[in-house]
Design a protein around this ligand. Structure first.
Ligand code: SF4
Ligand code: SF4
Length: 217
């Protein structure tokens, strides 16, 4: 899930500029889980814009704003309002904002900041546990990701900085390699698994894309 937070309203109003008439879009997927772009946040944003003297012509939550196919389909429901609007305020991640901007003819303003792909602990508490490195090592690390969970991104065992099992770079955290070792030992596996080559630079280069059949850029 893409973890997002709301931009301050002052920043949003600055980005809206002189435009008076807006359509507000939310996201019923990741941003809804983050409580930054769900229907309640869309309603709240409509109120705040109207308090700030803007007119909201329509508001709608899209199933997945990042999916251009769904955007093209669902935005037909507000086609008349979009034709009259000065722009769209989009409460979705950056991917969603850009996909929406491709399928409407008016400026699209981002209402959220996107941070990382995260797992959910509870509302408002998310953890980055995958850095999307493109060459997954989880099968050799007992399902714990050293790329995301080690501040130094060490793929082949610990540094020498840890103290009493804690990470020197993040004292709040246990060294992930201690956790990997303990989990592997609990599973009856000795050592740290296979040597992991460094990430292929081509897999980190941006923009990344996948192709039918599994090919990458
Ligand atoms: S090794 Fe870590 S960062 Fe890379 S794909 Fe696997 S979980 Fe994600
Ligand atoms: S102590 Fe462990 S988690 Fe921290 S930087 Fe070193 S190897 Fe990574």
């Amino acid at each position: 899930m893409v973890v997002t937070t709301s931009k301050p309203i002052e920043e949003i109003l600055r980005a809206l500029g002189a435009g008076r008439r807006w359509v507000v879009l939310g996201c019923s997927e990741c941003a809804a889980v983050c409580q930054t772009g769900g229907s309640a946040q869309v309603d709240e944003m409509v109120e705040r814009l109207e308090e700030a003297g803007r007119t909201v012509l329509a508001s709608i939550s899209l199933d997945s704003p990042c999916d251009r196919r769904l955007g093209r389909r669902d935005l037909k429901r507000v086609a008349a309002e979009l034709a009259e609007a000065d722009g769209v305020l989009c409460l979705a991640c950056g991917g969603g904002v850009q996909a929406v901007a491709d399928v409407v003819d008016v400026p699209v303003v981002a209402g959220l900041d996107a941070h990382f792909v995260g797992t959910v602990e509870r509302v408002g508490v998310f953890h980055e546990e995958c850095a999307l490195c493109g060459r997954c090592v989880l099968n050799d690390t007992a399902g714990l990701c050293p790329v995301a969970l080690c501040p130094k991104g060490l793929r082949n065992g610990p540094c020498e900085g840890g103290v009493d099992g804690r990470c020197d770079a993040d004292p709040e955290a246990e060294c992930v390699w201690e956790r990997i070792h303990a989990r592997l030992a609990g599973q009856g596996v000795g050592g740290f698994g296979a040597y992991q080559p460094p990430p292929d630079a081509g897999r980190w280069g941006r923009p990344r894309r996948t192709r039918p059949g599994g090919g990458k850029r």
